[in-house]
Design a protein around this ligand. Sequence first.
Ligand code: ADE
Length: 252
Amino acid sequence: MMNFTVMTLFPDMIKDGLNVSIMGRAIDNKLINVDVVNIRDYSKRKHSKVDDYPYGGGAGMVMQAEPIYDAYTDIINKQKEVNPDIKKPRVIYMTPQGKLFNQTMAKELAQEENIIFLCGHYEGVDERALELIVTDQVSIGDYVLTGGEMPAMIMIDAISRLVPGTLHNDDSAQDESLTDNLLEYPQYTRPASFMGLDVPPILLSGDHAKVDAWRRQQSVLRTFKMRPDLLKDAKITKKEEMMIANLKKGLQ
Ligand code: ADE
């Protein structure tokens, strides 16, 4: 079972966000487990405060190292009590300064058994907390959100759906948009004609080899049109390379 722990100041956001749909089912089916730890519970200050003014001045507040460190230590100790052989977790700090999350990283993290997410708020987290506990810093995109909760949920969703059994049809995690850096081919279902638009006839031909070849070509074409940046890391054939070169020529 895949074990996620989320360290946050907004535990309800995570609980409410993940208890529904496919994620909720995966939790019910014990394919994944999500523990949520409220960092505020580890504050030793009046009113359970967890932030303070930045040394050196400047706007905003900074989350203090101590409650984060204490929460982390407690998580690790409890995990060891339950399972003395548990692997040291990856501890991921969600930050727009981190490495960009993508499908390749999701696949790599799906091999882990134990992942802790640290969600920051305010202007940031005391650097020493990061130095002491964090193994990875990850961003979900080049924009700034108010906290790391939604980014952590996005990562948990993307990673969990790669855990066998989470999706009804395990194939759908294999043959999908963004596998091997190619976008997915267009999909159609009944009716064969809608508002004057017909399903491409090849898909009705029953010839699986032709259908596969058409889908592959559509994937490459679509990637070239929508996300040409992905093509440099995609495995494409010489023939496909030539098709792209010809398309580029046509655009000039
Ligand atoms: N926290 C705030 N913005 C973020 C982002 N883009 N990715 C990850 N964590 C964040």
